[in-house]
Design a protein around this ligand. Sequence first.
Ligand code: UD1
Length: 418
Amino acid sequence: MSDFVIEGGTKLCGEIDIQGAKNSCLPILAATLIDKNVSVIHNCPDLTDVNTAVKILEYLGCEVIRENHTVIVDATCVTACDIPEHLMCEMRCSVVFLGAIIARCHKARISMPGGCELGPRPIDLHLDGLKKLGVTIKDEHGYLDCRVDKGLKGNKISLAFPSVGATENIMIASTLAKGTTTIYNAAQEPEIVDLANFLNKKGAKIYGAGENIIVIEGTNTLSDSIHSIIPDRIVTATYLSSAAITGGEVLLKKVCPDDLSSVIPILEEAGCFVKGYDSSIYLKAPDILKPVSLIRTMPYPGFPTDAQAPIMALLCVANGTSIFVENIFENRYKHVCELNKMGADIKLEGKVAVVKGVSELYGTSVAAKDLRGGASLIVAALKAKGITRLKDIYHIDRGYDNIEIYLSQLNAKIIRTK
Ligand code: UD1
């Protein structure tokens, strides 16, 4: 198994392009199978989660061609309507294939997604939404058996929480339902808008994506489509944090600064100069970072839970105390113990993390416990004195496309061991 070996202390500087968004790419790949046509998806990041999505599409019978960052899915022939347990386990977001398989096959069988590194991630909102569209769901010894007897029917669905995955599943399934579906309290993430844009290019009639009410008029005629995945706002936030912690100066290209409207003010409060252009973002860090009074993770357009860990690493070396409140997932502070091993001073009490800035972090041996927490350890290691050996980096490969190559282009000293 590979590790990252990182020598801290070099200021990051230069320019890089930002990859396509994982959280957009996965539901869009799932949505390619809803009808008998071909989808060409550009700007797909090179990630293990994308590999898993491709494996699922192939298992279901689709023909998939991958050329660099383009994935071509020919869904003319779908031969299976289940997802084997080992593929469900490889990627929790496999559940977003449920709506697509049901739309296409009118039945689906998947294993219940198990426990997860972020704490319990129930799928009740996904299932309740699909039931409202006419799906019968039986939970049989850890497997979900789903079927639609009289066709999918549009309905009014009110989500108790604006779940990203549930909104995606309902949008995908209702695209081919009879009549109109209205999702109230829908998730408003940019990835939801990207999925709607992709489906609309195929001929779907989805209105209001990005707002809290989404209306989907069902159709039965979809066509081939070409789509390019939006930039990854969380990867952007991670590279901005990396540059900021080292006192660096970077220009990140192929990004959408508007999608970072809750992250940029935090970086500014920490003392960074940040300027967004049409499709790039510039950051110049101060010599000494300032603390940030309060960061509360919220559904979009609030501060993203996925950016909590990288920004926390940054504030470990601010000259004062910052407070975080994690409102989305229960178990999203696993990086704290590892950051403390590096010399950080973070105390946890339930949802709250109190980060007291320290003057130095120190390289040591640490392990990635989850995707974004793992990335936060890279951010910290770039600043730390000495060498950090980061283990279990397969978590990071799920969401960051060749992170060591991009960071090296910005002058970081990071290698992947064989
Ligand atoms: C998605 C993202 C993930 C991100 C998260 C929050 C993908 C593949 N994943 O995850 O990276 O961290 O949004 O922005 O896009 N919930 C329920 N019942 C449900 C569904 C969710 O109670 O049926 C709860 C969850 O436990 C959690 C909250 O709702 O507390 C948010 O979950 P959700 O928005 O669904 O996140 P994911 O789609 O899993």
